[in-house]
Design a protein around this ligand. Structure first.
Ligand code: PRX
Length: 587
């Protein structure tokens, strides 16, 4: 824990929404937060797309810029709330015209292009369940998720379809409609697909959202565990109450803001805060199609007059590598709040923000399962660099230990390490893992949702991240399940078994490293290593595939046959092996 505390000065021109943490925490209620949204007309319930788009398009912010898209090669496309309402309605009509019903699952696999944002919101209007997929996934992760989610519609680009999806169609019997976005503006013509632009032109621009129960399923985001297939975390329309409230309290949105969330909607940050939250506030969002590039990012922050910026520690570390001088070559007169999420934010990074931008970086914490920000450093609150901050008003967080019978016991003493737990009841809490009730149940002990993260709480109520309680890997802010990587490697004819760990990395936090035992008759060597790296990359995609592979005679396993990844990691890092009492002899 660092000794320095960044004491906040009195508010500048714009007073923070959360001026006094204690007061807001005492007064906050989720019911009141719900009342700051509209709800569907005539008591029709609560729908995310109405709160994000239609209510602004029908009101005074219709002509306000909602989304400015910056293309990789310099193109710019602007959408006002009115434009967004018309386009999303067209897409809802496209789905209705195809006979796609409320509750069916629509997947979107695309880079950060306007069609991604339009189709996600349009599908929510038609009350479909939407799952955005990361476009850097390879065919295997795409197949696993489409099959688990029984996706009946896929929106993707012609090039991604050719490269990654066409070969999977036979294995996806539930997939009824594939709608393609052209890469070059022409008409797409892949067999077994439809051209999205043509359908959109033919569809009407008006659509009335049907009655939506706040508990209706809305978003499906896959996350990774230590074992088994990815878990599909289910979120409901009511989550929008938390998206909106956290936008105000944790990201300090004001009506004049230009907001840039750098996350891809294939990961939940890019949906909750790259789509839903800023739109519910009627503010302007910047979407950059390009990948990370420090100079480009400084230019965007400056030229687009970004006022609130939400990014990830890996990106901050990459910018730090270029030095604060690079930042000082630009002016950021509009920037007033910077936040980061996804991995621990080093104290140096918090302070670097001050050097580079004149603003500290505000760490916050949440998970796919929590749907929105749960612990944060707020605009008006003093920062202890290295701490995740304090729980969101309306959220009860605690450090617990699990008793022998599984019950969660709250640790009240400060600075004691335990598992971070949240009391159930906030609106964006996941409502289940798709087709896996057992796994869902295991996440709870009585009233407590157990996060799987280890943390401490200090005497002032600040929370400090310690580490994960499981073997899941965090690389560049993305969760990667070792099992998914191991399963792909096992499909190679030479591989008898594989164990995968996260290897510490100064930039990406962790990189994926695999240990592979070969079948008899195969010889370890450079050629096979390269072949395996290429094989994994082709199946899993660059974001998930291992960067390093070591050959090993056999993997350490428990007597019940589970790979002891913890031991692989300790051996890799030269750390003590800890308790090996369950280790199978000879491994
Ligand atoms: O281990 C914690 C880490 O990221 C996990 C959640 O990852 P994911 O489900 O992909 O959610 C992404 C949306 C944020 C957490 O269980 N994590 C997240 N934020 C922080 C963090 N670790 C340390 N500090 C954080 N601020």
């Amino acid at each position: 824990m660092t000794a320095e505390i960044i004491v906040k000065k009195p508010a500048g021109k714009i007073a923070p929404n959360l001026a006094d943490y204690g007061v807001v925490q005492a007064e906050f209620s989720w019911d009141a937060a719900r009342r700051s949204l509209d709800g569907l007309p005539h008591g029709g319930g609560l729908n995310i797309a109405h709160e994000a788009v239609d209510r602004h398009a029908q009101g005074s912010r219709a002509d306000h810029l909602a989304l400015r898209w910056l293309g990789k090669s310099g193109a710019v496309r602007d959408f006002t709330y009115r434009d967004l309402a018309l386009e999303t309605s067209r897409f809802a009509n496209v789905l209705a015209g195809l006979g796609v019903q409320a509750g069916e699952c629509v997947f979107v696999l695309a880079g950060r292009i306007p069609e991604l944002y339009i189709t996600v919101l349009g599908a929510l209007k038609q009350r479909c369940v939407v799952s955005p997929l990361f476009s850097a996934f390879g065919p295997e992760p795409i197949h696993t998720r489409l099959a688990l989610g029984s996706g009946s519609v896929l929106v993707t680009t012609a090039s991604l379809y050719q490269k990654k999806v066409a070969g999977l169609r036979e294995r996806l019997p539930q997939l009824k409609h594939v709608l393609l976005v052209s890469d070059d503006g022409g008409r797409t013509a892949e067999p077994g697909t439809l051209d999205l632009a043509t359908l959109m032109r033919e569809a009407g621009p008006r659509f009335t959202i049907g009655p939506t129960d706040p508990e209706d399923r809305a978003l499906l985001h896959f996350t990774s565990g230590t074992t088994g297939k990815p878990k599909g975390a289910i979120h409901v329309h009511q989550a929008v109450v938390a998206h909106h409230a956290t936008g105000a309290l944790a990201l300090d949105f004001h009506s004049t803001d230009v907001f840039w969330c750098t996350a891809d909607p294939g990961w939940i940050t890019g949906t909750s805060y790259g789509i839903v939250s800023p739109f519910t506030h009627g503010i302007t969002s910047i979407v950059d199609e390009g990948d990370f590039d420090a100079e480009r990012w400084y230019r965007i922050l400056s030229e687009q007059q970004v006022s609130v910026w939400y990014t990830a520690p890996t990106a901050v570390r990459m910018m730090m590598r270029g030095g604060a001088e690079l930042a000082r070559g630009h002016d950021f007169p509009h920037l007033r709040f910077i936040a980061s999420v996804g991995e621990p934010l080093n104290p140096q990074a918090v302070l670097w923000g001050r050097d580079a931008f004149g603003l500290p970086i505000h760490d916050n914490w949440w998970q796919t399962e929590t749907g929105g920000i749960m612990i944060a450093n707020y605009a008006a609150m003093d920062i202890k660099p290295g701490s995740m901050g304090k729980p969101l008003p309306g959220v009860d967080a605690a450090i617990v230990k699990r008793a022998a019978d599984g019950a969660a016991e709250v640790i009240t003493a400060p600075d004691v390490q335990g598992e971070l737990a949240l009391k159930r009841g906030w609106p964006s809490m996941f409502r289940g893992y798709l087709n896996d009730d057992e796994r869902y149940r295991k996440c709870f002990s009585g009233e407590w949702y157990l996060t799987g993260d280890l943390a401490k709480r200090d005497a002032d109520g600040y929370f400090w991240f310690v580490g994960r309680a499981d073997d899941v890997i965090k690389s560049s802010g993305h969760l990667i399940g070792p099992f998914e990587v191991e399963s792909a490697l096992m499909e190679h004819p030479a591989v008898a078994e594989a164990g995968v760990i996260g290897k510490p990395d100064p930039m990406q936090l962790e990189t994926v490293k695999a240990f592979v035992a070969l079948k008899p008759g195969f010889e370890a060597g450079e050629a096979l290593r390269r072949d395996l790296l290429g094989f994994a990359r082709k199946r899993l995609g660059a974001a998930v595939a291992p960067k390093e592979i070591d050959f090993i005679a056999s993997l350490p396993k428990t007597r019940s046959g589970k790979i002891m990844r913890r031991l692989l990691k300790a051996r890799e890092l030269g750390l003590p092996e800890g308790d090996t009492s369950t280790l199978e002899s000879g491994t």
